[in-house]
Design a protein around this ligand. Sequence first.
Ligand code: ADP
Ligand code: MG
Length: 518
Amino acid sequence: MFRSSAPVTASGFRDRTSEIARVLSSFEALQAGAPRWLALVGPRKVGKTSLLLEAARRAPQALSVAVVDVFERAPLDLDVFRLFAARCIDALLDEEMGGSLSRRLHAPAEVRALLHRAPSLRTLDPGLRTDLDRLADDEATGDTVRRWLELPEELCIALDRTLVLAIDEVQELMGLTRYFEPFALMRSVWQRHQRVGYVISGSAPSVLRELVTSRHSPFFQHFHLFELGPFERVDAVELLVEASPPDRRIPGALAERIVDIVGGHPFYLQMVGEALVSEPPPYDDATLKPVLQGLLFSRTGRLSLYFHNEYARLVGHAATLAATLQAIAQEGPVRVTDVARTIGASTASTVRYIERLGDAVQRDDDGRYRVADALFGTWVRWRSPGGTVVPMSIVGDEAEQRVARILAELGFDLVYQSRASRGAFDLLALRGPDQLGLQVERAPFPLRFGKREWNRMDADARRWGWHWVIAAVDAEGEVHVLDPAKARRGREIRLGPEAGIDNLLRWIDERRSAEWSG
Ligand SMILES: Nc1ncnc2c1ncn2[C@@H]1O[C@H](COP(=O)(O)OP(=O)(O)O)[C@@H](O)[C@H]1O
Ligand SMILES: [Mg+2]
């Protein structure tokens, strides 16, 4: 089964064998008394949370793991540290308490009642016990935050347990600098801990890298940097094949083609797989085209909306940033001087724009820039002027690309439609209110059609109110748009160059007015 709306674990979790081993070995190190902290760094949706949750699931019995997402505390304030402490207590004691403390933090009496149920807390040192009991009461201040950061370690010592606290989307804690420097405080408390190990994880790669590798950072030299990237090609192909239901198997060859197009990012693979297997089998290139069109190259597609969100976050209302990103997407890998020329800015300004694009843009060894996430770059090209030909250049053949280019110049947007809504046609061309069904032919003149095939196109076009034409692409790659009304009908239907439409826009206009007057 494909899953793209939540992190995956257990049987939904794939690949990542060495990554899981690496996390688990840090758990073992902690148990052996040599804590090793990890900083898990990777782009959004690459599988960080899934990896943390799956590692937690596979952790040795004797070790407890608490995973907290900083986004859980929104709007963010110092209370997030209360949540960290509560989640640690949950990880250690939720079975004994028969409930979750972190869910009841708004109700101090219930928190005390839950703690009261845990047999292992009965012999606890009274001071520590009082601090636990007060967890939901005290106001969040610098002092209480320090205390909450201390609690898990003290509790582990008292209970003779070990625990890992994994803090997801940790870069968000930077929002707390209006109160105090959170990382300095965390470091100063955590650095003495022997029973609790720490994993931080986040999707602002350069920010996190800086946080753990910069000399000036409080976390300097405390964390092992652990970069998580997309799946390797074989694993990506395997995900597509094996996550598809047995009666809706995605063939290996098509899976390879999908990976060629979308890359190894597991989230993209899951979305494409999910959309593909919701179509009736069998699956081939012809099924893939409209699926990608609907998912990625349309205003309302899920992947398109996701990228739109990323885009808005990245460029906001800054036209200069949008232009820079577009130039890099269209021309990349590209030198900064060429980007500057395209956007009409100075090299110095362009360098600053590129800097502001941050992790979205990547600098190759030869100094050229490209969009780091190739599929996002493709999407940016698609939404740029003239970008409606991008889908055909990604999944279409030479003939479709030529037809798309010619029609785009006339102001049409070309789309691949699913079999159910394109009927007999390969492509649909849209221009304002006009809809034009297109059949692309690659054979030499005269083109020949069987009566059934022809009548189906005619009937489909009538039913949907489309105009329709044949687009013939000859051996030289020239496109001839042919008027079906000029066909010669005999036992079969033939169409020669004399059926050519010189001016497609006028042809459509004439037909439209004929419809109105007729
Ligand atoms: N190991 C994996 N196996 C299969 N799918 C995965 C895996 N990791 C991530 N995914 C897919 O990617 C999506 C995003 O994963 P998630 O762990 O939430 O990413 P992150 O925390 O990095 O943003 C998941 O919903 C799932 O569809
Ligand atoms: Mg996540």
